[in-house]
Design a protein around this ligand. Structure first.
Ligand SMILES: O=C(O)CCC(=O)C(=O)O
Length: 383
C-alpha cells in the first residue's frame, strides 16, 4: 500500500513575478545542464526543497530564491525527483529582494511552505479513502527542534516516567495538556499545513481534543491496535467525530516505532478487538512530517527495536459537537488561555459551535476570559 503523499513544498509553484530567467546571470556558476531551470520556472514547475546530501534547513528554505551566489562551487545539485533541477548554491542568498506580497513567500524571499487548497483537498480525500495521509515536511525545522527541546526540558522538570500500562506503554513517556506547559505548543493546533486538512475532515468548528507528546523509548513493544473514537457509542461506520495527527519530531521508521496503521479500517462496522493481532503498515515519515488520520482508523504505536527514541506530538482534534478528551477550559489556566490567538481560543472550546453549542447564557465563552466575542449571531436570534 502506497502512502498518499502531498508534499508541503508542492506549494512552491514559483511565480514569474518572483523568479525571472535572467536572474540566473550568465556568469553564475551553474552547470550547463541546469540552464533549463529558468524555462522550468516559467512553466510554473515545482521545485523540490530537498538537497541530496546537505540537510541544512537554511539551504533548504532559501534555495528557491534565484539570486545566484557567484563564485561558489558547482557541487551539490538539488534532488529533483524528475521535476526540475537547480544548483544548490543558487538559493543561498537569503534576504534577497523579492517583491513583497508574493503568495507563499516571506518578505525576505524565503518560502512559507504553506500548502494550497488543492493539496489540502487531496489530503482530506486520502483520509476519506484510506483513513490517513502524511503531509511531508509540513513543519518548519526550527519549530520541530524547538518542540523537541521543550519536551526534553519538561520531561526532566516533571521527571516523567512511563505509565506502565498496556495502552500507554511501559517504555513510553507521555506528557499531556501541553498547552498549559509551554507557550511553544500554541503553534501546534493552528498549524497552517495541518489545521486546514482537519477542518475539511471535521469542519471549521472542530476542537482541540488533546495535545500530548509520545516518546517511544528503545525496547518498547507495540501498542494494542485501537481506534481513537472507539468509546463513542455510535454505530460504525460513521462520519468522523475525531481527527488525530502525529507530528514527527524524529524520523518515524518501521524499526523505531512508527505509528502502525490498518488502511481502510475506518470504514469498518466495528472497532478492533483490544490486544488482537492485525496486519498493519508503519507510517514511516521524516522528521517534520505529520500523519493525519480519521478517528475510526485502526492504529497503534509501533515497537521500538532501535536504541534511540521515537518522539511525536499527538495533536488530536474532535468535532465541535462532542466532548474534548482533555478538558481544555479547566486544564489550561484562564490567564494562559486569555493570551491565545482568537483561533486557538476557539479551538480550545472558547467559542460557540454552529451558533448554539457551548454558549453561556447566550454569550460567547471567550468573554469569560475578558476577550471580545466572535460576533457570530446566536442561532436563536436568527429565528
Ligand atoms: O505513538 C503512536 O504512534 C500512536 C499512539 C496512539 O495511537 C495512542 O496512544 O493513542
Amino acid at each position: 500500500m502506497q502512502h498518499h503523499r502531498v508534499r508541503a513544498d508542492e506549494r512552491a509553484v514559483l511565480d514569474d513575478t518572483a523568479l525571472e530567467m535572467d536572474e540566473v546571470a550568465d556568469d553564475a556558476v551553474v552547470p550547463d545542464d541546469r540552464r533549463q531551470l529558468g524555462g522550468a520556472v516559467h512553466d510554473r514547475a515545482v521545485l523540490d526543497r530537498r538537497p541530496r546530501t546537505d540537510l541544512d534547513p537554511a539551504v533548504v528554505t532559501a534555495k528557491h530564491c534565484l539570486w545566484p551566489d557567484r563564485g561558489v562551487g558547482t557541487d551539490g545539485d538539488i534532488s529533483d525527483h524528475g521535476r526540475v533541477g537547480m544548483h544548490e548554491r543558487i538559493g543561498m542568498d537569503l534576504g534577497c529582494d523579492v517583491a513583497e506580497g508574493i503568495d507563499g513567500h516571506e518578505p525576505d524571499g524565503t518560502l512559507c511552505r504553506v500548502l494550497d487548497a488543492a493539496s489540502f483537498d487531496a489530503h482530506a480525500s486520502a483520509i476519506a479513502g484510506d483513513g490517513y495521509t502524511i503531509v511531508e515536511d509540513a513543519i518548519e525545522p526550527d519549530l520541530v527542534d524547538a518542540l523537541g527541546e521543550s519536551l526534553d526540558q519538561l520531561e526532566a522538570r516533571y521527571q516523567v516516567v512511563p505509565a506502565d500500562n498496556s495502552f500507554e506503554g511501559s517504555r513510553t513517556v507521555r506528557l499531556y495538556n501541553l498547552l498549559a506547559l509551554d507557550e511553544i505548543y500554541e503553534r501546534v493546533p493552528v498549524h497552517e499545513n495541518v489545521l486546514p486538512v482537519v477542518e475539511r475532515v471535521l469542519d471549521p468548528g472542530c476542537l482541540v481534543s488533546s495535545l500530548s507528546s509520545i516518546a517511544i523509548l528503545p525496547g518498547e513493544t507495540a501498542q494494542p491496535i485501537h481506534a481513537d473514537d472507539q468509546l463513542i457509542p455510535l454505530d460504525k461506520p460513521h462520519a468522523p467525530t475525531v481527527c488525530n495527527s502525529m507530528w514527527a519530531l524524529t524520523d518515524f521508521t518501521d524499526a523505531n516505532g512508527a505509528t502502525r496503521l490498518v488502511p481502510g479500517s475506518h470504514r469498518s462496522d466495528r472497532s478492533p478487538e483490544y490486544g488482537a493481532p492485525y496486519d498493519s503498515i508503519p507510517a514511516e515519515m521524516q522528521k517534520g512530517s505529520v500523519l493525519i488520520w480519521h478517528g475510526s482508523l485502526w492504529h497503534g504505536g509501533g515497537a521500538n527495536r532501535t536504541d534511540a527514541r521515537r518522539v511525536g506530538i499527538a495533536m488530536n482534534y474532535c468535532a465541535g459537537f462532542i466532548r474534548q478528551q482533555e478538558n481544555q477550559q479547566l486544564g489550561i489556566p484562564h490567564d494562559v488561555a486569555a493570551r491565545f490567538s482568537p483561533r486557538l481560543r476557539q479551538l480550545c472550546g472558547y467559542g460557540i459551535y454552529r451558533g448554539l453549542i457551548g454558549h453561556i447564557n447566550k454569550r460567547d465563552p471567550a468573554e469569560l476570559l475578558g476577550q471580545a466575542p466572535s460576533g457570530e449571531p446566536m442561532l436563536f436570534d436568527a429565528t
